[in-house]
Design a protein around this ligand. Structure first.
Ligand code: MTE
Ligand code: MO
Length: 537
């Protein structure tokens, strides 16, 4: 093995031809790897300011046309952001391989290339809402320097030492084996260095001071939350709630679906964070985290759903939120007549807006600080977010919220509106079969068909199941946490051998029954009956 490698490298480091192409490309790739990893490593100390790779990927999301973002989502689903980061790394490495090859003749273009990368990274960090100019300069400079040094160093190791110009007294003694071993050794060192710097950057980011601050938050118990806990206990113990495979009535924070444009979740220091209500108000008001925590005594189960959720999809969840009614805070600022839109923005520059009415028409509209009796998880918007029952997340549920601005309906469009999504986003009544799963095989006899149904703000009146083209059969509904929360449902099916198609439809308290017409999520939410196929053995 070692012999073979040695022999092939003897050909590679040819005494007369100079450096083989693949060796030069490898040197370029390693230089890029070390550059990116060291930039991310150094940049991690500047958290929440992103490192160069993440910042560039962030800018791609922001500047890319809507169809590109949608394509990414449909190709990679929830892993679209990791995919984008990996794509950014691959493109950089590929370009650096080319730079390495060119560098055999002259290092100038390669050095310019690395400088160009660094400037791109610097600009991306500096223009990031969470970015710091100082850390942009430091991390990009370190990245560029390590890339340039690695490339010239590795190419030097790979250079044959026996060419006449390099013989003693001007060069090192002639010995191709020394330069071969030397290159391989140093290439290994560079690879290891890049891998460990990258891993260290991850580790530094993952346990930030914000997690520590969040762990220290004390939530005072409130009575209403105890009442909900009792319903929850009863639900979990009931026939419906204990059906294997059914979604829980309340989804734990760690399992709750995650949707946002943030490549790294904003790390907000609750001690310095404030929320400001401004725009068309009598007076601007600003709240600290502690002020909001002290007032957060409203507890409300609300099912949150993403407009991108497909029929039968997983981008929906029910949680028990706790916070301050939005209308209370708005009243303290004094909403002026004509302020028809409540716009909000997050620390990472994401925005959305919904009609002012929604804060006053009696529905649940909370500035939430807690989820399921715990401070909001960082990924779900710590320290505070909006939760508005009956509106999709993209028009209402700002995480890491920083400002609320009263404006007119015409004067402002939230982040997703120019990207092709409807400006109004009422949640559509939907139902989902959790069990059995699509294309699964089930046993003959009594089989549970079960799932969840939601019509936040309205409430679910009934859920029906259809087997093949039979009559619609009414399902049993589980314990209810209220109209805003999803309900669990169960139908005991006497399964007969063969292939069967199962459908579900919900009817809400307004009398509306789900339409069978299939519509895809864009622009205002999917419709249709969740339909699955099963085989009964
Ligand atoms: N700051 C910020 N808040 C955001 C978003 C975002 O991209 N950035 N996405 C919204 C969307 S589209 C949805 S569906 C919900 C999802 O909330 P979750 O991740 O807590 O489930 O958050 C909303 N709030
Ligand atoms: Mo969403």
């Amino acid at each position: 093995m070692g012999e073979q490698l040695g022999a092939s490298l003897d050909k590679t480091i040819d005494k007369t031809e100079g450096i083989r192409t693949w060796i030069a490309a490898l040197a370029g790739a390693l230089a890029a790897g070390l550059a990116l990893a060291s930039g991310e490593f150094v940049g991690a100390f500047g958290a929440p300011s992103p490192g160069p790779v993440v910042a560039v990927a962030n800018r791609v999301i922001d500047l890319a046309p809507g169809w590109f973002v949608e394509l990414g989502k449909s190709l990679f689903g929830l892993a679209d952001k990791p995919a984008l980061i990996i794509g950014t790394i691959c493109i950089s490495v590929a370009l650096a391989m080319a730079l390495g090859v060119v560098a055999r003749r002259s290092v100038v273009p390669a050095l310019l290339g690395f400088a160009g990368f660094a400037i791109l990274g610097l600009l991306a960090i500096a223009s990031d809402p969470q970015g710091s100019l100082l850390w942009a300069i430091i991390s990009s400079a370190i990245a560029a320097a390590s890339g340039m040094l690695t490339l010239s160093f590795l190419l030097n190791r790979a250079r044959p030492r026996s060419t006449p110009a390099k013989t003693p007294p001007f060069g090192t003694p002639t010995n191709p084996h020394v330069s071969r071993r030397s290159f391989l050794g140093w290439a290994g060192v560079a690879g290891l260095g890049a891998a460990s710097a990258g891993a260290a950057a991850q580790a530094i980011r993952s346990r930030s001071s914000v997690d520590i601050a969040r762990d220290a938050v004390q939530l005072e118990p409130v009575d209403s939350s105890t009442a909900f806990d009792q319903v929850l206990d009863a639900a979990t113990a009931s026939d419906v709630g204990s059906t294997p495979g059914i979604s829980p009535l309340v989804v734990p924070g760690d399992d709750f679906y995650l949707i946002d444009t943030a490549l790294i979740k904003p790390q907000v220091n609750p001690d310095t964070w404030t929320l400001t209500i401004k725009g068309m108000v009598d007076q601007e008001v600003t709240y600290t985290y502690q002020e909001l925590l002290d007032r957060a005594s409203t507890v409300a189960p609300v099912t949150l759903s993403c407009v991108s959720n497909e029929v039968g999809g997983q981008l929906v969840g029910n949680a028990i939120w706790r916070g301050v009614p939005l209308s209370e805070l708005l009243d303290e600022a004094g909403v002026q007549p004509g302020a028809t839109q409540i716009a909000s923005s997050s620390v990472d520059g994401w925005t959305c807006g919904f009609p002012t009415e929604a804060a006053y028409d009696g529905r649940t509209a909370l500035l939430a600080v807690a989820m399921n009796d715990e401070p909001l998880p960082v990924a779900h918007g710590f320290p505070a977010r909006l939760v508005v029952s009956g509106l999709y997340g993209y028009v209402s549920a700002t995480k890491w919220i920083e400002t609320i601005e009263l404006t007119t309906w015409e004067d402002f469009d939230g982040y997703w509106i120019p990207r092709g999504w409807s400006k109004v986003g009422p949640v559509k009544t939907q139902s989902r079969i959790d069990t059995p799963s699509n294309r699964s095989r089930v046993g003959q006899g009594t089989t549970a068909i079960a799932g969840v149904a939601w019509a936040p703000n309205t409430g679910i009146a009934k859920v029906e199941v259809q087997i093949d083209d039979g009559e619609w059969q009414q399902a049993q509904l589980g314990e209810s946490l209220g109209a805003d929360a999803w309900v669990q449902w169960l139908y005991a099916w006497d399964a007969e051998p063969g292939n069967h198609t199962l459908r579900v439809r919900a009817t809400d308290e307004s009398g509306y029954s789900q339409t069978p017409d299939l519509a895809s999520p864009a622009p205002d939410g999917a419709t249709g009956w969740h339909t699955i196929d099963v085989e009964v053995a």
